[in-house]
Each structure stands twice: as structure tokens, then as C-alpha cells.
Write a new protein. Structure first.
Lengths: 332, 354
């Protein structure tokens, strides 16, 4: 054969020199995260310690789960504004049912299932009634928040022994701490990653985001997949509520106000386009970590007021959006 | 009868009437208006006043949505506007002087105009998706407002400023006069000139309208600027009502209420045809709904649940599938009397085929 060693070498070289453009936004997020860690590490002592990094995960486990679920919906080109309220609903259901004396084995599925049901309702409204995702999930957001108040207007502390034991489970190795919440979040990330990249469902999600008409013409199960994406998001929000209840050991109807914005911001910073079709679950996880790290740095700085968090998140969003815009312009 | 049922304002107006009836049943004196100290008093007047800020925000939102956009930042702009005006009045040596108040109002509106220009720049020049472009300001805006007030709730005493929130003019609340006045002017300009049609053209097909000579970019930029300005005005009305600038809670969820008002009014979020009278009814429905909850003695905390139910019912009734079913049902009824059905009117708000 004429294609001998040089050609093969060139082909081998191709992989590192020409990175797939799809990975660029995620890579950008990763670089920002690394830069923040480096800057924080040089500016403050005790910043790059296992304790701080572990806390980053422990404090944001629920947000990771929310962002992962939201990624599915956004990949199909939709949006889910209800995740913050559904999270609150799940914490309230958990706390109220535990207070009523139901066993943990019953309460946990019910709390997560509430999210699933709301997600299913969103999917049906969006697909079968062609209500815009924004409006359908907005209604869901108000609905879930209202339901929280109906169930319990006041904060309920959780003192169920087995729930507290479950929530308090911590594994420590060499300064690194792993709570049950973080473990669950990481498992969710793993499952979501596998589902998106190695199953027919995942490929259909990307196909719908890339072009719903084309997906339909290709004979893909658009209806089922689209509804399922909202179900995934709702379920993840329910699970996120469970994690938040474990983290705060209480259920309160006002938790998670505005959390949907944090989740959307995390997904966008993680490189997922809101038009759908492009993005990765791992990017969303990186996005959550960037948001968490901003909070950590501002806490370490001490003199900065809390509102700088919002301004910095806004500026970061702007930078990432401009970056994505520049990339997509170069492509066309 | 069919034409009435199919009229785009039928369901929103029906919702409004239903709410008013529910209120009157619960409290027979609900619709009565009395004159006290030369001013009109009564629940309907209160509703008008409560509608004012929402109507202004929803007005800007309708225009933005007509160009196939959305403005999520209006709540943050409301907070910034109140923060600027009240900080200026609080720091001035003479808070009672009309000059101070006018300067404060001008400063607040100017800044909000700039914020609107910023949104418009991101959307029309850089071509960023509206939802994301305005999400940036939505996130950062409240931070900016807190920066201006120093993280505290600024309260003031200033009679001229208070007029904006709780004053009366010709017996009507000043806030309502301002909001409905602005609404009337904008509605007149948009519907009596070609502007409204050009906005719809931009929303229906930006590329085609640009090719046929519509300045889509300038129009898009203008509507975001207008939205910012109207949100700023709404922020002044809200802060004048409470005489406090609360960067965290002023105008929280007003963007969602405004979008709901637009949607209830029958303007589709997918852009194109818009419906200002529908928005007016939508804003009134939401304000009345909030009032209803208190009249019926339900905890105000449950308001979101009611809001959700109304939105779900109205959007489902307006959804293409339901419309098909309804039209099919009325057609079937219409078969018995052999009078010919008029063909679907071209100006009816049937959702555009996509």
C-alpha cells in the first residue's frame, strides 16, 4: 500500500492537533475552573485542601443533580423553569411524610416520584398540547411552589432516625470527605452520561435538539423521547430535593427560589447551547463547580459582599455566551 | 356565537369575568366604588393601581415577544430603577424638593434605558439568543441594585415622590393614569403606524423581513430599549408605592407575571402576531387573581397554585390541539343548520402553522 508510515503518523497526530470543535466550550469551562483553583490556591492558604474541595461537592450535590436533569431538556431545545420549585416540593414532601411517621423506604420514592409526575405533565403539555416549554414549565413552577405552601407553610425539621443516619453517612479518606448526597449525585452523573452517549434514547435527544423535523422524518421516537426528557428533568429535581433535605435536614417551602436560574446558568457555562443539540452532562457538572467555586472564593475573600456573587456569575455567563457565539460564527 | 367563541379575547375576558363574579359572590360590595375626599375608592380602583407596574412591564414584554424575543431582565431592571431613584433622593440634602425627585426619576430612567440598550445590543448586534442575553442581566442586575443601595433597604420620605405611588389625579390613582396613558400612547403608535406590522414581520421571519427592506436589527434593538425603559418606570411606581428600594424583593417574578399576562392575552411566545389589548386583559386577570385570593380569604401563599391553574387552563384552551377539537366540535354542531360557515378569518389568532 502507498499510504505508509508518514500518512499513518499524520492520522495519529490528527487527534491531538485538531480537537473536535464540540469539546471547545467544555474545555473553556475546564480552563476557567482550573484558573480559579490556581488563583484561589495562590491567593489564600488552605484553599487547595481536600476539605475545601470536598465541601464544594457536598454543598452543591443537589445543584449537580438539577443541572444534569436540566441538560436533557435543554439538549432537546426546551427549557425547564420548574426545577427549583420541584426541588422545594420534594423537600417539603419528604419532611411532611417523615413527620407523619411514614418509613423512609416509602417516603423517598414518593418524594422523587412527585418530581417524575410533574415532569411527565410538562412533557405531555409540551409535546401533545404544543404549549411552549417556557410557559408549560413556568406553570409547573407556580404549581409546585403553591403545592409546597398547601402542604406545609412553615419549615419542618427532620428528626427521623434512619433518615438522619442516611443523611449523615460520611466516608473519610485522607482528608477527602464523601457524603451520601455526593455519592448519589455522582451516580446520577454517571447514569446520565451513559444514557446520553451509549443509548438510543441519548442519541435521539441530540437528534431532536439538532432538528426536530429531521428526527421525525428519520423515524426516531420523537414524542416518547421528548416527554421522557422532561420526566428525567422532573425526576432529577425530585432527587435533588431529597439531597437538599438530607443536606439541610429540613423541608421548607421557600427553598430553591431562583435555583432554576443557577441550574440554567450552570448548564450554559458548561457549554450547552440553549438552542439544543450541543452540550454534555459533564460540562454541566463543571458549570456547577464553577458557580460553587465563585461562592467559595468570595467567602475566602471575606471583604467582598455577597452580591458580588451574582455580578460575577452574570459576567461569566456573558463571557461564555460570547465565546460560544464566536465559535458558532467561525463554524458557519 | 361561533365568532364570539373564536375571538382571541374570549378566553382571557371569560377568565376575568369569572374572577370578578367569584369576588362579587364572596363579597357583594366588591364592585362598588365610592368617592371619598374627591378620590375614587373601592376594589376595582385598587386593582387598577395594582395592575399599573405589571401593565408597563407586560407592554414592553409584548413588543419584545412580537420580535420572537423575550426579556427576562425586567425584574432586575425594576430593582435597579428603584435603587437609583431612592438612593439619589436619600442622599440629597432636600428630599422634599420636586427638583430632586425629577432628577432622581430622570437618572433612574436613563440608567434603565442604558440597560435596555445593552440587552438590545446583545440580541440584535451580537446575535445572542434573547433568553440567554437577558438572563445575563437578570442574574447580574440584582447584584448591581444591591451595589447601589449598599445591600440595605433604602427608605425615604418625600412627598413629591410618594405621589407616583399613592397619589390621585382627577380621582384616579396616578400610577394607573401613568401606566394606562403610556399603554394607550404605545398602542396608538404601534397600531396606527406601520410599526406594529414591521415588528410582526420581524418576528415571523427575520431574514425575509430584512430582505424586503425592514430594518429588523434597529427594530429589535428598539423594543429591548423600550422594554428596559418601561420596566424602569414600573420600578419607580413600585418603589414609590412602598417608599423603599428593596434590591432583593422589588419586582421579584414580575418578568414571569408579565410573560403570563402576554400569554394569557393570546400572544404566542414564538413571535409574530401580537395583541396589546390581550396583554391588557392578561395583566388585569393576574392583578385580579391576586386580589381574589385575599377576598376569598385564601392564604396569599397559595396564590402561585391558583396562578398555575389559570395559566394551565388558558394555555391548554389556546393550544393548537384544543383549538382543533373546539373548532371540530362547533363545526359538527353547525352541520344541522345548513347555513354556510364563514371560512377562517385571516386575522383570527390561529396559531401559525410552523
Amino acid at each position: 500500500m502507498t499510504t505508509t508510515a508518514p500518512a499513518r503518523a499524520r492520522r495519529a497526530l490528527k487527534i491531538p492537533t485538531r480537537l473536535d470543535r464540540r469539546y471547545l466550550p467544555v474545555l473553556g469551562t475546564f480552563v476557567v475552573l482550573a484558573l480559579m483553583l490556581i488563583v484561589g490556591g495562590t491567593r489564600y492558604e488552605n484553599f487547595l485542601t481536600p476539605a475545601v474541595v470536598s465541601n464544594l461537592f457536598i454543598n452543591n450535590a443537589h445543584l449537580i443533580v438539577l443541572a444534569v436533569g436540566l441538560t436533557f431538556v435543554i439538549l432537546t431545545g426546551g427549557i425547564d423553569l420548574s426545577v427549583g420549585s420541584v426541588l422545594a416540593l420534594s423537600t417539603v414532601i419528604t419532611a411532611a411524610l417523615l413527620q407523619a411517621g411514614l418509613p423512609v423506604a416509602v417516603v423517598l420514592p414518593v418524594a422523587v416520584g412527585a418530581g417524575t409526575v410533574i415532569g411527565l405533565a410538562h412533557g405531555v403539555m409540551v409535546h401533545y398540547f404544543q404549549v411552549q416549554p417556557f410557559v408549560a414549565t413556568l406553570a409547573g413552577m407556580f404549581f409546585a411552589r403553591g403545592l409546597c405552601f398547601v402542604i406545609a407553610p412553615e419549615s419542618i425539621a427532620i428528626d427521623n432516625a434512619s433518615f438522619v443516619e442516611l443523611a449523615g453517612w460520611v466516608q473519610i479518606f485522607a482528608g477527602w470527605r464523601m457524603s451520601s448526597g455526593v455519592l448519589i449525585a455522582l451516580v446520577v452523573v454517571g447514569i446520565a452520561f451513559l444514557a446520553l452517549h451509549f443509548t438510543r434514547f441519548g442519541r435521539t435527544v441530540y437528534a431532536i435538539g439538532g432538528g426536530e423535523q429531521s428526527a421525525l422524518l428519520m423515524g426516531l421516537p420523537v414524542a416518547r423521547t421528548k416527554v421522557l426528557a422532561y420526566v428525567v428533568s422532573g425526576t432529577c429535581a425530585g432527587l435533588g430535593g431529597l439531597l437538599f433535605a438530607m443536606y439541610s435536614r429540613s423541608g421548607y417551602s421557600l427553598t430553591g427560589v431562583g435555583m432554576e436560574l443557577d441550574a440554567i446558568a450552570a448548564v450554559v457555562i458548561g457549554g450547552t447551547l440553549l438552542t439544543g443539540g450541543t452540550g454534555f452532562v459533564l460540562g454541566s457538572v463543571l458549570g456547577v463547580l464553577v458557580l460553587g467555586l465563585i461562592q467559595t472564593i468570595i467567602t475566602f475573600e471575606g471583604t467582598l459582599s455577597s452580591w458580588w456573587t451574582r455580578i460575577v456569575i452574570g459576567v461569566l455567563l456573558l463571557i461564555f455566551v460570547l465565546l460560544q457565539r464566536a465559535l458558532s460564527l467561525r463554524k458557519t | 356565537m361561533n365568532n364570539v367563541l373564536r375571538h382571541h379575547l374570549f378566553w382571557p375576558v371569560a377568565a376575568l369575568v369569572a374572577l370578578l363574579v367569584a369576588n362579587t359572590v364572596a363579597r357583594p360590595s366588591f364592585l362598588s366604588i365610592t368617592i371619598r375626599d374627591g378620590h375614587l375608592f373601592g376594589a376595582p380602583v385598587d386593582i387598577l393601581r395594582a395592575t399599573a407596574p405589571l401593565l408597563l412591564v407586560a407592554l414592553g414584554m409584548t413588543l419584545v415577544i412580537a420580535t420572537r424575543g423575550i426579556d427576562l431582565s425586567v425584574g432586575a431592571v425594576v430593582a435597579v430603577s428603584g435603587a437609583v431613584a431612592l438612593s439619589h433622593i436619600a442622599s440629597s440634602p432636600n428630599p422634599e424638593s420636586p427638583v430632586t425627585v425629577l432628577t432622581a426619576i430622570a437618572m433612574a430612567l436613563a440608567l434603565c434605558l442604558v440597560l435596555g440598550v445593552w440587552n438590545g445590543f446583545l440580541v440584535s448586534v451580537l446575535g445572542i439568543q434573547p433568553i440567554i442575553a437577558t438572563l445575563i442581566l437578570m442574574t447580574a442586575g440584582r447584584g448591581v441594585a444591591m451595589l447601589i443601595t449598599g445591600g440595605m433597604i433604602t427608605t425615604i420620605n418625600s412627598a413629591p415622590f410618594k405621589v407616583l405611588g399613592s397619589g390621585f389625579w382627577l380621582g384616579l390613582p396616578v400610577a394607573a393614569v401613568i401606566a394606562f396613558g403610556v399603554f394607550a400612547v404605545v398602542a396608538f403608535v404601534v397600531r396606527r403606524t406601520a410599526l406594529g406590522m414591521l415588528l410582526e414581520a420581524t418576528g415571523i421571519n427575520p431574514a425575509a423581513s430584512r430582505l424586503s427592506g425592514v430594518r429588523s436589527k434597529t427594530l429589535t434593538w428598539t423594543v429591548y430599549t423600550a422594554s428596559g425603559l418601561f420596566a424602569g418606570l414600573a420600578g419607580l411606581l413600585i418603589s414609590a408605592d412602598t417608599m423603599a428600594a428593596d434590591a432583593n424583593n422589588a419586582g421579584v417574578f414580575i418578568e414571569l407575571d408579565a410573560i403570563l399576562a402576554v400569554v394569557i392575552g393570546g400572544t404566542a411566545l414564538s413571535g409574530g402576531k401580537f395583541n396589546l389589548s390581550g396583554t391588557l386583559v392578561g395583566a388585569l386577570v393576574i392583578a385580579t387573581l391576586e386580589r381574589t385570593v385575599t377576598v376569598l380569604g385564601i392564604s396569599p401563599l397559595v396564590t402561585p397554585l391558583f396562578m398555575a391553574l389559570v395559566v394551565i387552563v388558558v394555555t391548554l384552551l389556546q393550544s393548537p390541539r384544543m383549538r382543533e377539537r373546539l373548532t371540530a366540535a362547533t363545526r359538527r354542531q353547525a352541520v344541522t343548520p345548513p347555513e354556510p360557515q364563514p371560512a377562517a378569518r385571516p386575522d383570527s389568532t390561529e396559531v401559525k402553522a410552523r
